[in-house]
Design a protein around this ligand. Sequence first.
Ligand code: BGC
Length: 741
Amino acid sequence: MTLKKLSIIGLIILLSTNGFSQNYEAKVDSIMSLMTLQEKIGQTVMYGGSWDQTGPIVGSDNGKYIREGHMGAMLNAMSVKGTRDLQKVAIEETRLGIPLLFGYDVIHGHRTIFPINLGLSASWDLKMVEESSRIAAEEASAEGIHWTFAPMIDVSREPRWGRISEGAGEDVYLNSEVAKAYVRGFQGEDLSKSNTILACAKHYVAYGAAQAGRDYHTTNMSDGELRNVYLPPFKAAVDAGVETFMSAFNELNGVPTSGNKYTLRDILRGEWDFEGFVVSDYTSINEMVQHGFAKDSIDAARIGMNAGVDMDMMGHIYRKNLKALVEEGKVPEQFINEACKRILLAKYKLGLFDDPYRYIDENRENTTKYKPEFLAKAREIAAASSVLLQNRNETLPLSSTSKSIAFIGPLVKDEYNIIGNWAAKGDRNGKAVSVFEGVSEYLKPKQIQYAKGCEILKDDTSGFDEAISVSKKANEIVLVMGEGHHMSGEAASRTNLRIPGVQTELIKKIREANPNKKITLVLMNGRPINLSEEVNLVDAILEVWFPGTMGGAATADLLFGKVNPSGKLTVTFPRNVGQVPIYYNMKNTGRPIPQSNPKQDYKSNYIDVPNTPLFVFGHGLSYTNFEYSDLKLSSNTFGFTDELSASVTITNSGSFDGHEIVQLYIHDKVGSVTRPVKELKGFQKLFLKKGESKTVTFAISAEDLKFYNTEKEYTVEPGEFEVAIAPSSDFKFKNTITLID
Ligand code: BGC
């Protein structure tokens, strides 16, 4: 840095600094007073480094753009050496020495990989969500990263959509709670600490409602649906203090979300007072041309900035076009000033003006990744995220004294897929614990039989004979099967929700050869799978999702009963793909099927399968039994300002200690807009020793019952509400409360 440059920014900081935590605005204003229009536009531009590739490469010349003040942020650039080299260019070789911001997709861990987000949500454990994102922030920040493009908080009822794996499932309330926990974990208490990173609420908005589950596809919905289902997690993220938002790829009711003034300026800024900055998704501003919403990239830049997208990710179109657009009066200069200011404020909050190298520390980089305590947490969290879907005849837990157990399937020894998609810098070759390694902690080699049997996707059955012969030699059989990690995540939609390849064929052959043996299926996958056939072929099914670096160890802990399964589904598992979309909080229709006569004609049903799913939202078994009794309501009526309590006693009546996830559901019986048949309004996770009973209490107030009506008012209407506290969404209401005007 030349002395002259040092002194410009240094002087501003000295003049206005009193510890850098105060009066960010004044400092940023004084920096901006020195900036040219093109330099301000430079802050709104993000290009990619070569440490990872998360979208199509659009030619860039990073060194040149930084030097010319044409770039304010980078994605996919990391490591202490890499970020130092780039930051040095920004600090020492540009006119004003404004630091760069480094962003990356730290989605479910950075080095230490936790279960995929859909799996993590199945823990219903907000503390674990926070802890895992805190660890991810520790590891990522130690490699120079300031900002994660997470959490993804797109509600999705679409198992065909590959990105359902990245969110917290189909429920609005759960997604909202989880959103807050991620933000707390990533951003911590104090953003100026070098181990905290900016979070990014994405993809704003309704991306999870892609038609036919095809990625990037159209979304169309009423304003009520948007506000009642898809917006609340984003509002929750704003309330939790999230610093950034990412606009999405999809169009919403004909207007692409990266050029959508209604969602970006009117709702996000106008109604919610969001003060952070909005980044586009990867070239999503440019894609408005393909959407047929912008006539060319110049027009797209105009629409994007005018709609409220502050930063262009990889699109090259703000850099190229905004200056002329301002000069021609097509984009107000004020919008550029506001965008630049928001981005500089974020840099300020991170402490980068105080020390642009504060995230760059070799010692931290070398000592932070894969710390033993991180791995221990990853093991605990992976176990808590797994869901025991079925357990006939107490097939699980297995005994470590069993004479011989056969482990069969393409994922038994897998260390590659097990960390799932979007696994940041997680090591796919050698670091993750496979299921085979995990069970080897419990069994001696002579107790273990192994055969791969087949591949995940290929049609080759040449390994079947060996697998069948191995299965015959064992007393019990564990199959480890599922999807490949690349079969979910971005651009990985499927129309067939079955276990891929010839895996189910192999299960059938193994069952035929072993009609009386206990068979367990351990499943790894990134979405709800159609298990209609498998439920009849195997005795137990343990859904472990893609469980992460310690996934195999955690799976073994569950299989052998060291940990009692406690996860519950946060997404419905359909009977077949024809039922999709299927979710627990649907509407009733005018012709619901009568319980007494499900076959009655002219009712809302299918003629080939029941309306019910295979596994409901909230379902998950344990090795013990929990009994719910004695629902008590503090009152049957309540007013707008009252708080009512609902409580239930839960008893662990089985023979294992365990955690139970207790769920509060409410049904608004009559509304000016029809309301879902049931809605999750609260949950608690509690630990009960065998034989122990505990009372769980939920508070209910009118605030919890609000929804958006057709007038766009967030309101609650007096009347009757059904209430239940249940172990899953599969129950019938028996109690009613009345809100009195
Ligand atoms: C994805 C985003 C991601 C971005 C940067 C896009 O393709 O949709 O979720 O954050 O790439 O990698």
